[in-house]
Each structure stands twice: as C-alpha cells, then as structure tokens.
Design a protein around this ligand. Structure first.
Ligand code: ADP
Length: 405
C-alpha cells in the first residue's frame, strides 16, 4: 500500500483538501485536489487529479443536513474507493491561530486540541471551522495521526517591537499582540526563493500575498520581521470583503452612533467591506477589472487597494531598512498583471523598473534594470502543510520541538 497524506483547509461552508503521496523523495507528491462547497446549503464536490482532469463532480442534495462530518466521511470513503492501494497515514490541517504557544507544526493530542480551542476568541470566524475536522477525525479514526499547521507560526520569531501594540502592557501579556497570518504561504515562498535567485534568500524581501485575504510580509534572510496583519486577519490591506487597517475610533462610532451590535459591526468589517464594500459591485478582482472602465466605483476600489499596498510597502521597506525584491503571490498577485504594474509604478521611488512584457506574460521576473527586482511566484500552502506533516510524523513522539516552519 502506498502511504498518503490528506491536507485539509476547512472553512465555514467549505472544505478544501489535497492528497499527497508521502514518498521518500524530497517532496510529498500531490495526486488530488478537492473542494466541497456549499456545506449545509447546496453541497457540491469537485476533485481533480494531478493532470487537472475532474475525477469527481457531485451534488449532495439541498436539505441543509449535509455538513462537515458528512463531507469528511465522504472524502475518506472516496479515497478508499478511488485510490485503491493507497493508505491514509496522517491528516495535516491548516489552523489559523497557534497563539503564543504554537510556533511550529504540532501533532494533535487531546491537550493540544484543548489549547487550540482556548484560542477561538482570537479568531472566532476561522478557528472553530479549522478545529471541527480534527474533532471529527479523532472520533471516527482515533488512531490516525493529525498535525496542526499554523498561519501564525512563521511570524513567531519577529522582533518583539514588531509585535507590540501601544496598549497597556497587561493586555500584551494577555495575548493582545500582533500575530500575523498567511504564514504558511510566506514560509513556502521563503523556501523557494533560492531557486529563483540565491541572492534573494539572503536579502531584504517583501512578499505580497494578494488573494481574497491579503497581507504583506517583510523577510530578512528568509525570516519574517514584520507583517501587515496583526491581532486578527482584519488588519493591514483592504481585502475582498475585509476592511484592513481601521482607525479604532470607527468601531466606537459604529457601536454608539450607528447603534450596531458587536456582531453586526464585525460582520460589516469582515464581510461587507474591502473591494466589495468600496465598489458595491464585487469582491472579485476579475469582475472589478472587467467593469472598471465604465464603473467609477470599481475603479475606486482597485485604486484604494493599490494605494494601500503602496503605503504598507513603504512601511515594510522602512522596517527592513531597504528592499532587494518584491514578490507577488496568491490569486491577484499571481494572475493580475494590472495590479502588479500599478503597484510597481507606484513604487518607482524605491527603484523598481517595470518590465511590461515580462509582467504581461507572468514573469517570473517582472522588472529590469539595476534596482530592486520584482517576481511572480505561485504560493503552495498545501505543500507546506504536507511537508510539515511528514516532518512531524518522522519525529519520535517524545522529541523536543523543531524550529518554527
Ligand atoms: P483565497 O484567499 O480565497 O485563497 P485566492 O488566492 O484564490 O483567494 O485569490 C482570489 C482573488 O484572486 C480574487 O479576487 C480573484 O478575482 C483573483 N484572481 C484570480 N484569478 C485572477 C485573474 N486571472 N486575474 C485577476 N484576478 C484574479
């Protein structure tokens, strides 16, 4: 039997998963990518193999009963039926928050799960959904090893000054500090930088993870030294539906003057703001680009997104004391040449010289000249989880923790 890993990224109504052959070579080998959408509404499953061919495309009725547990059991059964000869040896989970304790991937035990549940107040919209599959697998397959990989972990080694808010010290002691997110993406990019240019791995690099969620991270010699997201995944850049950095006074205004309850205010900041809120049209960059020429509100949303990236970039360049390279990644960063061009033109002050032709064709290098370079590098958070899961499995159970991812 060929041993395989299941990598899971669970959201409120979706379940993304990938299957990797464990392998004894350098990297786990991806064999399937799957997505369950519309859980508890109109569940739909699509699975593709490594050639991109769809190997499963199913609906699961819309009576609202089919939830995460059914989806996970279906995936497990599908793997047994369709992957004859493959044995599931472990599950790696993307977990948004590791708090102050978990600075590296960890094998899940009852104690670990309890500790991760205590972090729910720090990420109430994501952590509960990330943890649910762990509980389900523990109940259904108690002997199956599970590994938690954290979006916060990569930032754990940042200098303390980068992690502080100017709040009373006791709040920081209580966990109110900058954690940063998208760490699995940044860890992956840091791991492949040498393959693009060995000098980058030793240099001052800003990575722009621009997807539905968006943040920037400053890397010095491959280590995170500052990032735009803070205590929650709401901070920093405007995103698809999230507002990004906000004057805290606006929250009091929403509560006192607008008479919004905390849940309503939270919903507005997380789900009705960002590109969607400003444009009133869509959270999807492709849609906004399509209509921007005739819809000033779409244009304004894009302009604000690019402007904020430029401002935050300047702040990270200051934190790094200069910049050698800017990396674009995730859905917008990898695919939207117009956003890359606008950001780089705005950053001409730092010496970036856009190479239009290279940018239009997707790079990987999209600048020319003697100044800092800019690159398009596709991210791969799932591979990072598969690597980490394999590494944790191969550790003796009692061994001391390894350095953070
Ligand atoms: P998530 O954070 O959900 O993983 P992604 O990294 O998939 O998000 O990014 C989604 C964003 O990428 C959306 O705004 C989408 O419009 C944008 N995007 C994807 N493909 C393209 C494209 N070809 N051109 C412009 N934007 C794109």
């Amino acid at each position: 039997m060929t041993p395989v890993l299941l990598v899971l990224n669970a959201g409120s109504s979706s379940l993304k998963f990938q299957v990797f052959i464990l392998g004894d070579g350098e990297e786990p080998q991806r064999i399937f990518r799957g997505l369950f959408e519309g859980l508890r509404e109109a569940p739909h499953l699509r699975i593709r193999d490594r050639t991109g061919t769809t190997v499963a495309d199913e609906d699961f009725g819309s009576d609202g009963a089919f939830g995460h547990e059914d989806a996970l059991l279906h995936v497990a059964a599908w793997m047994r039926a369709h992957s004859g000869g493959f044995e599931l040896v472990a599950v790696g989970h993307r977990i948004v928050h590791g708090g102050m304790t978990y600075c590296e991937p960890v094998r899940v035990t009852a104690e670990v799960l309890e500790a991760l549940e205590r972090l729910v107040p720090l990420a109430p919209l994501h952590q509960p959904h990330n943890l649910e599959p762990i509980r389900i697998f523990r109940r259904r397959f108690p002997d199956l090893p599970q590994v938690a990989c954290f979006d916060t972990a990569f930032h754990a080694g940042q200098p303390e000054i980068a992690r502080l808010f100017a709040l009373p010290h006791a709040m920081m002691e209580g966990g109110v500090r900058r954690y940063g997110f998208h760490g699995l993406s940044y860890a992956y990019i840091a791991s492949v930088l040498p393959a693009y240019d060995p000098a980058l791995a030793a240099g001052r690099v800003v990575v722009a993870h621009l997807g539905n969620g968006a943040s920037l991270c400053a890397l010095n010699r491959g280590a995170s030294v500052a990032t735009t997201m803070g205590f929650s995944a709401l901070d920093g850049l405007p995103m698809g539906t999230r507002c990004g950095s906000l004057d805290a006074g606006i929250v009091f205004y929403m509560l006192r003057e607008m008479k919004l309850g905390p849940d309503e205010a939270e919903r507005m900041l997380y789900t009705q703001s960002g590109l969607l809120g400003v444009s009133g049209i869509s959270n999807d960059m492709r849609t906004l680009r399509r209509v921007a020429a005739r819809e000033p509100d779409a244009r304004r949303a894009i302009d604000l997104f690019v402007y904020r990236i430029g401002r935050e970039l300047g702040s990270l360049v200051a934190a790094l004391g200069g910049i050698d390279a800017l990396i674009f990644t995730a859905g917008i960063g990898e695919n939207d040449a117009a956003t890359r061009a606008e950001v780089l033109r705005g950053a001409a002050w730092a010496g970036f010289e856009l190479d239009d032709a290279a940018n239009a064709s997707g790079g990987p290098r999209v600048t020319r000249g003697p100044g800092p370079t800019a690159w398009v590098i596709p991210t791969d958070e799932e591979l990072m989880i598969a690597r980490a899961t394999r590494a944790v499995l191969s550790r003796p159970r009692s061994s001391r923790p390894q350095p953070a991812l």
